[in-house]
Write a protein that binds this ligand. Structure first.
Ligand code: TYD
Length: 209
């Protein structure tokens, strides 16, 4: 029997280093002989990547909050059905750069739609799939903003929202993690990438074969 696949999601605000850490974790798991898929949201499949473009560069006026939440949920439903569930069924590990807790923190918390609405969309769209563990990368707001500034990319429609919005996102992530200490590992995102990586591996110790 193949070992069950594991599903790890990286979460956090902008500039927390999720993509770098997802890559480092994948390398470490592959070195242990595991088959690992690294993917991201919004996106990960052709359908979801097309929705990503709609979300991050809205073609018309800004999306109303409800439409934004529906589009994120639709992208996720495609990603879960076509990539994540089949990979887990094969016994692969799936590392996802953002998942439903981003919708809970951004659209539900900062966007004001509330957690029940986002959870209901996720139950309908993706049968409520949860990661085996969420790695929440947290850091001092100013330090993360500095990191983001040195990245030098133009802000997308969501990244470009006011600082209060992003502060509310961070508070919402914190509250989600506090409510589910088993499901979330809160990791200090500041410091050298190798040090952050070591903290993440330690936080996954009980899941590693
Ligand atoms: P991402 O490409 O991960 O951006 P970054 O590299 O800056 O973290 O995500 C794009 C944006 O979409 C980001 O601002 C967070 C936002 N987002 C939501 O608002 N809700 C969601 O459910 C997801 C997955 C992302």
């Amino acid at each position: 029997m193949t070992a069950p696949g594991r599903f790890i999601a990286f979460e956090g605000g902008e500039g927390a280093g999720k993509s770098t850490q997802a890559r480092l974790l994948a390398e470490a798991l592959r070195a242990r002989g595991l088959t690992v898929i690294v993917t991201r949201e919004p996106g990960g499949t052709p359908g979801a990547e097309a929705i990503r473009t709609l979300l991050l560069s809205p073609p018309g006026e800004a999306w109303p909050p409800q439409a934004e939440a529906l589009l994120f949920a639709a992208a996720r439903a495609d990603h879960v059905a076509h990539l994540i569930r089949p990979a887990l069924a094969r016994g692969d590990w799936v590392i996802c750069d953002r998942f439903v807790d981003s919708s809970r923190a951004y659209q539900g918390g900062a966007g004001g739609l509330g957690d029940d609405a986002i959870t209901a969309l996720h139950a309908f769209g993706s049968k409520g799939l949860r990661p085996d563990r969420v790695i929440l990368l947290e850091g001092d707001e100013t330090a993360l903003a500095d990191r983001l500034a040195t990245r030098g990319q133009a802000a997308d429609a969501i990244e470009g929202r006011p600082v209060e919005y992003h502060r509310a996102v961070a508070a919402a992530f914190r509250a989600l993690a506090e409510a589910d200490p088993q499901g979330f590992a809160r990791i200090d995102a500041l410091g050298a990438p190798e040090d952050v990586h070591a903290r993440i591996l330690a936080a996954l110790g009980d899941l590693l074969p």
